[in-house]
Design a protein around this ligand. Structure first.
Ligand code: SIN
Ligand code: MN
Length: 275
């Protein structure tokens, strides 16, 4: 179900105003099952891209799968997702980053308040926030299993608490994917911003799609529930916004900036969100 020009224009204007938007479409149940199964297989393999929680055993995330797995490679080429990303960033895109944050039942740990652009700008040298995260939930997400919480409108404020962040540059990449992130925004500051601008929890059935801006302030809490909350995130970057000389591992910052070619795959379909 390709989005109409009117749908895309409305999504873009919502994204520009609020820093996020959600199309009226989601990944079909069969597609979600296929991706979920594949991610479970990848998480069981001993690869550097698989990152664990502090216990060293529970898988926290798996990175860069589009570069080594055929189903994930097909997913990033899904025509509707590519079209949405191109619309939101205003030009051709390539995949900057791909990850699945597993947020395992009972074990999945929080993500402190942060802005992704802090990492991409300060660590990688991404010039502008001309990129977009497309988040696809692989499990049902509810208030109790650690949904992503965003502060709409915060994407227009630039990087918060930049002076402190600048002194922290060059930490090991593990500090960019763990519970103790390098570039955070304090809980106090986030509470003030939420009081002023509001907060939005990205809940919904498996397959739900949300697009959010690199500069939007976001966090998510521990998962104390019996339900896993796996969230797949594709970051598309505008091809003219590639960092000049990134140093972090390729599974965090793709070096191949060739514009992505959209192409359908029988295993992956979008359906109306109301279906
Ligand atoms: C999360 O998976 O809840 C955090 C995602 C992010 O920080 O991009
Ligand atoms: Mn983030």
């Amino acid at each position: 179900m390709m989005f109409s020009p009117t749908d895309l224009a409305a999504l873009r204007s919502r994204y520009e105003e609020h820093g996020w938007c959600s199309p009226a479409a989601r990944l079909s149940a069969a597609s979600v099952s296929a991706v979920r199964e594949r991610i479970d297989e990848l998480c069981a393999s001993a690869r550097p891209e698989v990152v664990h929680e502090d216990d060293g055993a529970t898988v926290r995330a798996v990175h860069g799968c589009h570069a080594f797995d055929d189903l994930c490679a097909a997913l990033v080429r899904t025509p509707e997702l590519v079209r949405l990303a191109e619309t939101l960033v205003g030009g051709e895109v390539y995949v900057y980053q791909f990850k699945v944050n597993l947020k395992q039942a009972e074990e999945g740990a929080a993500w402190p308040w942060h802005q992704d652009f802090s990492f991409w700008h300060l660590e990688d040298g991404m010039p502008r926030p001309a990129a977009v995260n497309i988040a696809i939930s692989l499990d049902d997400v509810h208030d109790g299993n650690g949904p992503l919480l965003v502060v709409p409108g915060s994407h227009n404020d630039g990087i918060y608490e930049l002076p402190r962040a600048e002194g922290q540059r060059g930490t090991h990449w593990r500090e960019h994917v763990s519970t103790t992130l390098t570039y955070t925004v304090s809980d106090e500051r986030a509470a003030e911003l939420m009081a002023a601008k509001g907060g939005l929890r990205m809940t919904g059935p498996a397959g739900t799609i949300n697009a959010f801006h690199p500069s939007i302030l976001h966090s998510s809490s521990n998962n104390d529930s019996p339900d896993r909350r796996a969230l797949l995130l594709i970051t598309y970057n505008r091809v003219d916004n590639a960092p000049a000389a990134p140093t972090r591992p390729e599974f965090l910052v793709s070096r191949d900036t060739t514009p992505i070619t959209a192409g359908p795959d029988d295993r992956l379909t979008l359906v109306a969100a109301s279906a």
